[in-house]
Ligand binder design. Sequence first.
Ligand code: ADE
Ligand code: ZN
Length: 322
Amino acid sequence: MGRLLPKAELHVHIEGTLEPELVVGLARRNGVTLPADGVDGLRARYRFEGLQSFLDVLNANMAVLRTERDFYDMTLGYLRRARDNGVRRAEIFFDLQAHLARGVPMDAVFDGLAAAVADGERELGVSAALLLCIVRDRGPEEAERVLREAIRRHRDRFIGIGLASAELGHPPSLFREVYAIAAAEGLRRTVHAGEEGPPGYVREALDLLGAERIDHGIRAMEDPDLVARLRAERVPLTVCPLSNVRLGIVPSLREHPLPAMLRANLMVTVNSDNPAYVGGYAEDNYRALRDELGLDPTTLATIAANSFDAAFLDPETRARFQ
Ligand code: ADE
Ligand code: ZN
């Protein structure tokens, strides 16, 4: 464990860290009926054909999250596994709207997540922070309302916002007002773009939403002018190789654009996205790049250094890492 590369994880959805054993345990604790029986039954459903088929399974399993304690257990469990993967800093997305839609009180979500973040720092030595992730297919009006409410009641508990879920048909341009509210509050801004969506969505994220990072961004490689811009502006891209393969976004790791992104001198970071569903945590992604794509130790160290540079940290805190 001691020889793992220290790294920051900048793209992880806390709901995507719910291991099947915990899904089953929470279902029992909360009297929730699952769409499949037991751990093996759940795992049998983890065959995805694109983003939507994954989101359907993710959302079904999320139904087990009901109480503050559930959010706490899920998050501390993730932070333990992250620490064991060499993660020193984690910036964690949470799907607040999805939980509110099931009738979970906003306070239960924030209280559980924030308590785990605090305990994770103290007990595990992992620096962690929360990113409220807008559920784009629920539309901009709800997003705006929920963000305003979260700011009013829990502003000090999250450092920024993201935009995720079904990408196609839900372009960044719809969320201009949401991102303007976040910017005015001093919240950091990142956007999922160019995972399934076209390069134009990446441009919109930068130009219309003021995105400071792009989550995924792999389809930017289809547009040479955009690649040149991402390089010139040193825009961090939070790439998730194992996730892309498991969700069927790219056919295999060998065909993943990550090596081409590195050759283009883009600011690439490597992340797990939804580690309980896609076959691995942060170090598993780094290891796959080494073993299956032959990335050398220097390149992997550069990726890890990028992850700290791209983290939403002030320079003084940044200096404490690596
Ligand atoms: N929500 C959880 N994982 C996601 C992903 N890879 N893309 C979009 N939304 C997500
Ligand atoms: Zn994601």
